[in-house]
Design a protein around this ligand. Structure first.
Ligand code: ADE
Length: 235
């Protein structure tokens, strides 16, 4: 997969892309991540990328021209047009199923904006989808783009390494994860559940599923409701 990130602050991405799974996935050639600075496409001597909103109001709006030029430049770098996504609080809510959907694409182009928003013609004219990482307002789309990149890349084949799989995780089955333990068997009087020491693989699997169900009911009743709806629909 190739991911292009269009931003006014490419340096913000240095550190998140340099560690752990994202680092390994890039080194292994599972993903190529390319950053473009929108300001490099500003046409005037001041490198202006934003301007006052027509009709008045607070703040500044991202201008069309630098954004169109930047997207068009990046699109020309590869034959694959890719899925163009703007990070904005108005967008479709990002979740595990959207992460999975995006992980099937050959290319993503993510636009991280700043200021009060984008000139509406950027979305319309470039045919961009809008994605939000949650119902809160960030100071820019960069953190949103990082969240999307992280959640998508770890789903790519080869990103997690052989021994780990993302199939079993929270959300992939619509339930949250069962509790995990590692050594020692007892810590400050708190013991690892007997069942996990029993070696009965089938019983452990059943216990874990029960735990997942209990926790989902207790901590994420919204997911539990959805899970039951899906079960009913399947029947
Ligand atoms: N930019 C500002 N707020 C955002 C959000 N919640 N999600 C994605 N991009 C954003």
């Amino acid at each position: 997969m190739r991911i292009d990130i269009l931003t006014l602050f490419p340096e913000m991405f240095d550190s998140p892309l340099k560690y752990s799974i994202l680092k390994r996935a890039q080194e292994a050639g599972v993903v190529k991540i390319a950053l473009s600075n929108i300001r490099d496409f500003a046409a005037d001597a001041y490198k202006k990328v934003d301007d006052k909103p027509y009709g008045g109001g607070p703040g500044m709006v991202m201008m069309c021209q630098p954004m169109f030029d930047c997207v068009e430049h990046v699109r020309r770098l590869e034959a694959e047009p890719g899925r163009l996504i703007m990070l904005t609080p108005q967008g479709r809510k990002f979740d595990q199923s959207l992460a999975k959907e995006l992980s099937l694409e050959k290319r993503l182009i993510l636009i991280a904006g700043r200021y009060e928003g984008f000139d509406e013609r950027i979305r319309e004219g470039l045919g961009a989808e809008q994605v939000s990482i949650g119902d809160y307002v960030l100071s820019g789309g960069e953190l949103g783009a990082m969240v999307v990149v992280d959640a998508v890349v770890r789903l790519l084949e080869g990103a997690l390494g052989d021994e780990t799989s993302s199939d079993d995780e929270t959300f992939s089955r619509g339930l949250i994860e069962y509790p995990q333990y590692t050594r020692p068997e007892e810590f400050r009087g708190m013991k690892v559940p007997e069942m996990l020491l029993s070696g009965h693989h089938a019983r452990i699997a059943k216990w874990r599923l029960e735990q997942s169900i209990e926790r989902t009911k207790m901590w994420r009743p919204d997911l539990w409701e959805e899970y039951n709806k899906k079960l009913k629909d399947q029947k």
